[in-house]
Design a protein around this ligand. Structure first.
Ligand code: GLA
Length: 640
């Protein structure tokens, strides 16, 4: 883990697109950034056509002037390689590098992200522009971080992708026998007798092969990763002292295994845009932040993009109420982000995202949002001292990208949205006042309680790790569909959930999905029923709960609260008041409700300097970050 070079304190800023503006605006920008306390901006994310207007002809003059201005104003730069949006000349010159959908449609220039990551011409063009930027700006005083690409996730099904897919499968399986076995290709006459017979999943007559779908996603994650690594390596060679990252986008369409990618970045960075307009936005924020921390291995990470105000929701854009931008930012910082960065600095005059919000809105700096941006800058500048204090969490929820992908394949007994299942568990615990880590089953598990929501795929090794965890005294809550299939998606036989029957003490003979939701016919095999759809089983020194039916939010919260308490974890708190405790006695308290609340706490609010002795009163929408007083720190040290 490395930090933006030369940035002192928490990072604050966002995407800055000077290529959209005249130079007099740049000067105003730097002055406004200075007033808001902005110390880091992402520059050049979509500037390829301005940097290389013709193939091999570079126009760096404008960027030189921008970076000089920023350096003089004390603002550091996360310099992007602009490879998420190839210029029009590229698409015309290399039509084979345009992406092809599963139905065979080749997409054309006109938006962004229109390329195939397997196309040799695209990869070569990326290396050239990244290399040219590295050469030009290696020694620039503003350069603090390399921001490679933007939100890797674009998929392609063309012949370049097909060739690369075959190469990946050969490495993965060694021979066709193993592949045929993993994909259960005996079904529907899909047995492969030569590698050339294999293609990416493309439009086909009826249901596709789920093993092929799953492996294509795994392959594409690795293919995009290799595109990132190629750029990273050349940037690293040019500037070994400048950390390198790429901003993760999270979504069901994203074929990226972020946990695996985390090993290749110097700093985990996520973009996060809650879509809910109500309290769900705060729950989504906490979830995204906990996920990022998990990918960062519990270490600090960075919120690279979020919206200052208007956010896209499925129906319409939704405005963030006053104060909400600061509370969301503090929630991210509370959960390990080393700052808060936004999309975007200044709202554009046109273009596809012309109404996307910005720290400097269309109305200009004389606006509620910019004033709030100034207040946020002040808050963040006071929080440097909390950076690095570990987040206290004794409950873990498993997160597995491959289970998400496997559950997306058509042909399941009913559609189950894996991410929604994990978020439901996280939400229930958030509402119960319990801070959770999200984990991969290969991570160390010091937690008292482990929740496995719809963890569909379990390898033998992962199942053995869970067994050992519970036998050793851990508490487990597994929900339906966990452990039903092996890592290739092949069903484990003898009764569901094959990999976990013994730990859970149940044997499921039938799934019984209905319009009301998920349900199962469960035979008790050692477990006892706690309530409809919920069983509990003592296993070794631990306890294993099984939730075989979809519970509503209230019932889910009750069950997880009981399981948490049974594991010795305190649960409770004021609904809508988010409390996150950090090592050493730090407390973040955020009142997301429209009423005042009191919570037991002590310390000194670093944002206001006010001392709190026993009870913290938070007016509606208010927030506080309490630094432990020396005597509290001593008492904690004695207790430890
Ligand atoms: C992502 C992208 C940005 C912008 C925002 C809009 O995070 O990286 O370029 O499109 O979404 O919310």
């Amino acid at each position: 883990m490395r930090w933006p070079k030369g940035v002192s304190g928490l990072c604050y800023g966002g995407d800055y697109n000077p290529e959209q503006w005249f130079e007099d605006v740049w000067r105003e920008d730097v002055e406004l950034m200075r007033r808001a306390g902005v110390n880091l901006v992402n520059v050049g994310v979509f500037a390829w056509s301005r940097l290389e207007p013709e193939e091999g002809h570079y126009t760096f003059g404008w960027l030189d002037r921008v970076l000089d201005l920023l350096a003089d104003g004390g603002v550091k730069v996360a310099l992007a390689t602009p490879t998420a949006s190839p210029p029009p000349w590229f698409s015309l010159a290399y039509p084979d590098a345009l992406p092809v959908r599963g139905d065979g449609t080749r997409l054309l220039h006109g938006s962004r992200d229109t390329y195939c990551a397997s196309a040799p011409a695209y990869r070569a063009a990326c290396r050239r522009i990244a290399g040219a930027l590295a050469e030009r700006y290696a020694g620039h005083p503003a350069l603090a971080l390399w921001h490679v690409h933007n939100e890797y996730g674009t998929v392609c099904h063309c012949d370049h992708a097909a060739a690369a897919f075959r190469g990946w499968l050969r490495k993965e399986y060694g021979g066709l026998d193993a592949l045929n076995d993993a994909w259960v290709s005996a079904f529907w006459s899909q047995h492969y007798s030569a590698w050339e017979q294999i293609f990416p999943p493309r439009a086909t007559q009826y249901l596709p092969n789920p093993g092929q779908l799953l492996d294509f996603r795994r392959f594409w994650s690795d293919e995009l990763l290799s595109a990132y690594v190629e750029q990273r390596d050349l940037l690293r060679e040019a500037t070994p002292d400048v950390p390198i990252t790429t901003n993760y986008v999270i979504g069901g369409w994203v074929p990226v295994d972020h946990a695996r990618w985390a090993r290749e970045v110097d700093l985990v960075a996520i973009d996060h845009y809650p879509t809910d307009a109500g309290l769900g936005a705060e729950e989504q924020t906490a979830f995204g932040a906990d996920l990022a921390r998990s990918w960062a291995g519990g270490k600090p990470w960075l919120l690279m993009e979020t919206a200052p105000n208007l956010v896209y929701t499925p129906e319409r854009m939704h405005a963030k109420e006053p104060g909400r931008m600061i509370r969301h930012s503090l929630s991210h910082v509370a959960r390990g982000s080393r700052g808060a960065m936004f999309f975007q600095w200044r709202a554009p005059r046109g273009g596809a995202e012309r109404y996307h919000s910005a720290l400097v809105p269309h109305a200009g700096p004389d606006s509620r949002v910019y004033r709030e941006a100034v207040r946020l800058g002040d808050c963040l500048s006071r929080l440097t001292e909390v950076d690095g204090a570990p987040i206290e969490a004794s409950v873990a929820i498993a997160w597995d990208a491959a289970s998400w992908w496997a559950l997306q394949a058509p042909g399941m007994p009913m559609e189950v949205d894996y991410a929604a299942e994990v978020q439901a568990a996280h939400r229930a615990l958030w509402r119960a006042g319990v801070t959770t880590d999200l984990v991969a089953l290969t991570d160390p598990l010091p937690h008292r309680l482990l929740v496995l929501p719809a963890h569909y795929l379990l390898s033998d090794d992962a199942a053995a790790a869970i067994r050992a965890y519970v036998a050793g005294g851990g508490h487990l809550v597994a929900t339906y569909l966990s452990g039903v299939a092996d890592e290739h998606g092949r069903i484990r036989l003898g009764g569901y959930p094959g990999a976990l029957r013994d730990v859970l003490g149940v044997r499921v003979e039938e799934f019984q999905p209905s319009p009301d939701g998920w349900a199962e016919l469960v035979r008790l095999a050692g477990a006892s029923q706690v309530r409809p759809g919920v069983t509990r089983h003592g296993y070794g020194a631990g306890v294993a709960w099984y939730i075989s039916a979809r519970l509503d939010d209230g019932a889910y919260q009750d069950v997880l609260t009981e399981a948490a308490r049974g594991a010795g974890v305190a649960a409770g708190g004021v609904p809508g008041v988010e409390v996150v405790r950090r090592g050493g006695g730090w407390v973040f308290a955020l009142n997301h409700t429209d009423q005042a609340h009191e919570i037991p706490a002590e310390g000194v609010d670093v944002l206001t300097g006010v001392a709190v002795t026993g009870v913290l009163t938070l007016p509606a929408g208010a927030y506080a970050v309490l630094r432990p007083t020396p005597d509290l720190a001593e008492r904690r040290a004695e207790r430890a």
